[in-house]
Write a protein that binds this ligand. Structure first.
Ligand code: AKG
Ligand code: MN
Length: 206
């Protein structure tokens, strides 16, 4: 079997009820800054309106969904845009590193320090139980927050996600933990995060 931990740049993040592996720095075939700009320029970014507890909000960031299948969360349904050569190349690299296969990617574009993502779990039915989600970061380093859903004794964990880092969330992580990205007070340049996911075909056709 492919032994992930033999690779020099893989570090487990030890948290109870979670399975997290942090890869850094990841070889992406071109300089991170160049890739960041290419993704910003070539992506058809949307600002989605989501409904939470019956109220509508514009998400505080831009996003794009690429892949083979649609995806629903927070009251919105994202119809996929086709794979591009760049995204397919990144998917292949991320699959080789993590040993998982993916069929979709959600791109999030944090334009500056005011963009954020609220605390959530990626636990939609389409992802199946114990989903593997690989999160690749480019651009400005931002802080990834992890908070256990029920263990009040555990403090929020903060993980810096610099350009060229890859965080693999798998096992029970989504069941027991929420994660998110806060706004920052200091000025931040643009950041693009790509979360590679495997959407289950059966759930999608219902
Ligand atoms: O931007 C990040 O690092 C987190 C992205 C995320 O949690 C998501 O796309 O579900
Ligand atoms: Mn997430």
């Amino acid at each position: 079997m492919y032994d992930l931990l033999k690779q020099p740049d893989v570090e487990p993040i030890a948290l109870p009820d979670a399975d997290l592996l942090f890869f850094q720095p990841v070889e992406l075939g071109s300089p991170y800054a160049k890739l960041l700009q290419a993704l910003i320029d070539a992506t058809d970014w949307r600002q989605e309106e989501i409904t939470v507890y019956g109220k509508s909000y514009l998400q505080p960031r831009l996003s794009a969904w690429h892949g083979d299948l649609s995806y629903s969360y927070s009251g919105i349904r994202l119809e996929p845009q086709p794979w591009t050569a760049t995204l397919l190349d990144l998917k292949t690299r991320v699959e080789a590193l993590t040993g998982h296969e993916f069929n979709s990617v959600l791109l999030n574009y944090y334009r500056d320090q005011s963009d954020s993502m609220g605390m959530h779990s990626d636990d939609e039915r389409e992802l199946g139980p114990q989903p593997a989600i690989a999160s690749l970061s480019l651009g400005e380093e931002r802080t990834f927050l992890l908070k256990h859903k029920t263990r009040k004794d555990l403090k929020t964990t903060r993980l810096a996600l610099p350009a060229g880092s890859l965080l693999l969330m798998q096992g029970d992580t989504q069941q027991y933990w929420r994660h998110g990205i806060n706004k920052e007070r200091h000025p931040c340049g643009p950041r693009v995060n790509l979360t590679f996911r495997a959407i289950k075909h059966e759930a999608n056709s219902q």
